[in-house]
Design a protein around this ligand. Structure first.
Ligand SMILES: [Zn+2]
Length: 576
């Protein structure tokens, strides 16, 4: 049983306990354990074998016992008993917006129905409306909620979310009286997929913002419009909500709306321990005096904390570090000076080497590597060794053209073939400035086989970086079934860097594996995998993943000076 399966079980337990009416802290404990398992860079089964389950954040004795039972027997007595009390199919109803656990319990107990179909029927034929405290309006809300659920997937890929957020921030930011606009929620925390979009606006004149937001082109449905908060659904299925707060209280509101839930629970507990209660609006003393904060920095400082970067706000130990003034100096976009995976017209890219190099220069980069595809990947126009010799000439010409502006590396994205062999012979690989090895084909091989392919590439002394290690595509393609722990251990041993592919379609490694890589001392390379100049914008997404993994500039080879990077590329080869 893997971490995702365990997390699903704990979320199911939490859903059912909510419907049962269990106290909130018990439910939160299960949610927290589920979240933590989803973000863990190692399998819980490995902790279990070592007898160290309780080292997993959010896993106390009760949860550890349940994981033990699940891993030992494959099932859980507690859940089986719970399902006898509360039908498991009711947990699906929790995804319908506007239908909370109390209403679910009421409908189920009064009407004796348990499935989505039965619920739809009962909402249509007036049975739901006839229940105490429900009415026509509630029934309509449920039907609307069911319809929009069928239309959208629960998490948005960043490539879909980012343009919407950017547009909203631009439009709202230009309204009269608006001081600041910021995304909040999981988007601001840099997660690789996001739920509904949350945007916060600082203004003394909320009605202007609410009117503009709810009447935007592209809005298919206004889900709610209030004096300071509104939410809409766009025709694409994307949902967004906008809150307006006075500028003097913006910091508190932004902190609250950014989350995560777990981080905010820890913030409230800390406030309580200092004699305050912290809300979305203010920090209130026991005598009722309210303190307002225009910026998050002021709020964190009032609680004796360093300002915590949003990407770290997951209650994974950041609170203690912030209290001690010891937060790591995370890597920032401005630290990135090299982009080490790019494609040109020599394979499947859209722009020439010179055009791409100039675009990278314009973004302030000092090093760009061209990693056009290798020969076996025919669909991408993969290069033969002869074509590489011609490409080398064009790179030299482009280098003369740009002078000292940027250093152009002649590299390759070498296919790791289905049998584990690399797509070029070693003596040729040794002549390249940089070798990035990737899997694109036969991703569905059995775990042992696909893991062995990657490890074989890692152990080749000519390989510098493993590109998009799992091969996942967001949202539809799962990565290969890899033993990532074995892969990362091999990379640690050989000194190969693992990529955080910054493309919003990939984000691979994800934050949990990047964190584990850092623990093992594996270097990380964040690259955009650009096929045109526009793609280079994705670097910020990759940096966000790196920040979520708590990476510092030292961990990321793209931040290194030319001398250090080139020496590393060279040493790697000679050290092996
Ligand atoms: Zn690739």
């Amino acid at each position: 049983m893997n971490n995702q399966q365990l997390a699903a079980i704990f979320n199911l337990i939490a859903d059912l306990l909510e419907i049962k009416g269990e106290v909130i802290y018990v439910i939160l404990a299960y949610r927290k354990a589920a979240e933590s398992l989803q973000n863990l860079g190692r399998e819980a089964s490995e902790y279990w074998k070592e007898g160290t389950l309780r080292e997993i954040p959010g896993v106390g004795k009760a949860i550890a016992d349940k994981i033990d039972e699940l891993l030992t027997t494959g099932s859980l007595r507690f859940l089986e008993d719970l399902k006898k009390e509360i039908p498991a199919s009711l947990a699906e109803w929790r995804q319908i917006s506007g239908l909370g656990p109390k209403k679910i319990a009421l409908i189920w107990k009064s009407l004796g129905i348990t499935t989505m179909e039965e619920l739809k029927q009962a909402a249509q034929d007036g049975k739901v409306a006839g229940l105490p405290g429900m009415g026509e309006k509630s029934a309509k809300l449920i039907l609307d909620g069911m319809e929009s659920l069928s239309r959208r997937s629960d998490r948005l890929p960043l490539w879909k979310a980012a343009p919407v957020v950017e547009d909203l921030c631009n439009i709202l930011g230009s309204l009269p009286g608006v001081a600041t606009v910021s995304p909040a929620g999981s988007y601001r925390r840099g997660r690789s997929t996001v739920g509904d979009l949350d945007i916060l606006v600082a203004s003394e004149n909320p009605s202007v913002v609410m009117d503009a937001f709810t009447s935007l082109a592209g809005v298919s449905r206004v889900l709610g419009k209030g004096a300071t908060k509104s939410s809409v659904e766009f025709s694409s299925g994307v949902r967004a909500q906008v809150w307006v707060h006075p500028p003097a209280k913006f910091g508190t509101a932004l902190q609250y709306a950014t989350g995560s839930k777990e981080h905010n629970v820890a913030m409230r507990q800390l406030a309580l321990s200092k004699g305050f209660s912290l809300s979305e609006h203010s920090l209130m003393g026991q005598d009722g005096t309210e303190h307002f904060f225009a910026t998050e920095q002021d709020l964190y400082a009032a609680l004796g904390l360093q300002w915590v970067p949003p990407e770290m706000r997951e209650d994974l130990g950041e609170m203690a570090l912030a209290a001690a003034g010891k937060l790591p100096r995370l890597v920032e976009l401005a630290d990135i000076r090299a982009d080490l995976q790019n494609h040109s017209t020599w394979s499947d890219g859209e722009m020439s080497i010179l055009e791409m190099a100039r675009a990278a220069m314009a973004r302030g980069l000092k090093v760009i590597a061209f990693t056009d595809h290798s020969q076996s990947l025919g669909v991408t126009g993969g290069l033969t060794i002869e074509r590489h010799a011609e490409q080398q000439k064009e790179i030299e010409a482009a280098q003369r053209e740009v002078g000292d502006g940027i250093r152009i590396l002649h590299a390759a994205e070498v296919e790791i073939k289905a049998d584990g062999e690399l797509d070029y012979p070693d003596d040729f690989l040794a002549t390249l400035d940089l070798v990035l090895a990737s899997l694109h084909t036969s991703l569905r091989q059995p775990r042992d086989k696909v893991t062995a392919r990657l490890i074989n590439a890692i152990n080749n002394p000519n390989v510098d970086i493993i590109g998009h290690p799992t091969g996942r595509k967001i949202p539809d393609r799962e990565g290969a079934d890899l033993d990532m722990e074995a892969v990362l251990q091999a990379a640690a041993k050989s000194g190969v860097a693992m990529e955080i592919n910054a493309s919003p379609y990939r984000l691979d490694l994800d934050d949990k594996y990047a964190r584990r890589a850092k623990e093992l001392g594996v270097k990380i390379s964040i690259n955009t995998d650009s096929h045109s100049a526009k793609d280079m914008e994705a670097m910020s997404f990759g940096v966000a993943i790196a920040k979520r993994a708590w990476l510092t500039p030292q961990d990321v080879i793209n931040t290194w000076s030319d001398e250090k990077l080139l020496a590393w590329l060279k040493d790697k080869k000679s050290a092996n």
